[in-house]
Design a protein around this ligand. Sequence first.
Ligand SMILES: Nc1ncnc2c1ncn2[C@@H]1O[C@H](COP(=O)(O)OP(=O)(O)OP(=O)(O)O)[C@@H](O)[C@H]1O
Ligand SMILES: [Mg+2]
Length: 243
Amino acid sequence: MEEILRVEGLSKSFGGIEAVKDVSFSVYRGEVLGLIGPNGSGKTTLVNLVTGLIKPDSGKVVYKGEDITGLKPHVIANKGIARTFQQTKHFPYLPTIANVLVPSMSPRGRRDGSPLEKALESLVFTGLLAEADVPAGRLTHYQLKLLELARVMALSPELVFLDEVFGGLSPSEIEKVMELLEYLNKGRGMTLVVIEHKLRYLMRMADRVVVLSYGRKIFEGKPEEAVKHKEVIEAYLGRGVFT
Ligand SMILES: Nc1ncnc2c1ncn2[C@@H]1O[C@H](COP(=O)(O)OP(=O)(O)OP(=O)(O)O)[C@@H](O)[C@H]1O
Ligand SMILES: [Mg+2]
């Protein structure tokens, strides 16, 4: 298995809160890795550290053998790492298609292929083509989640962090998003790190899971073993995430 990303002893505190504490793990090319943990366990902070939004207090991030720790977000993005945001981000007054185009047409961005062609293809793929000229501010919550995926797809990344893409979606919408993710992974060869706090969705799609609790890694392995693991069960106790 080829390692695409490795985090080593990554730590980040905010004031007195140790949001991420000495976390190490690898991501292998082609896999779907679940990154799970209760609210506030450090999932989003970890993604922010890897994608350069914030700098770690200590530890490093290695992407395809290169130390990328502390590089600027656009530099990291150009290397082929993309992410979606838990709180979806969009320009409400710009048409949907422009929202997909903006990151892939950035003068500092990487160019491979025609941005317009890729944007159109991404809209078709996510089912948003009919919304292409509608201001993004008029999209539903589900459509905004699809917009996040369309934007990622248009960037043709190798590694994608998906921060709670299922959040606030109905069961049938979750099924559709899962199908799209499966296509990105199997059809487009993208390596996916899927962040969720509900285990049951990841049980179906993840090859492996990493579990965080209070900023620390408490488990790494097969999802079906995670649900039997004592510390994981304790971390989730009473939170209803297994249902
Ligand atoms: N910018 C910040 N300033 C201060 N504290 C922060 C900041 N970002 C995160 N934290 C704190 O760090 C901890 C980890 O937060 P984080 O958002 O990474 O968790 P999470 O696992 O993504 O949670 P959720 O499931 O709710 O999205 C929390 O205690 C949070 O309040
Ligand atoms: Mg989060």
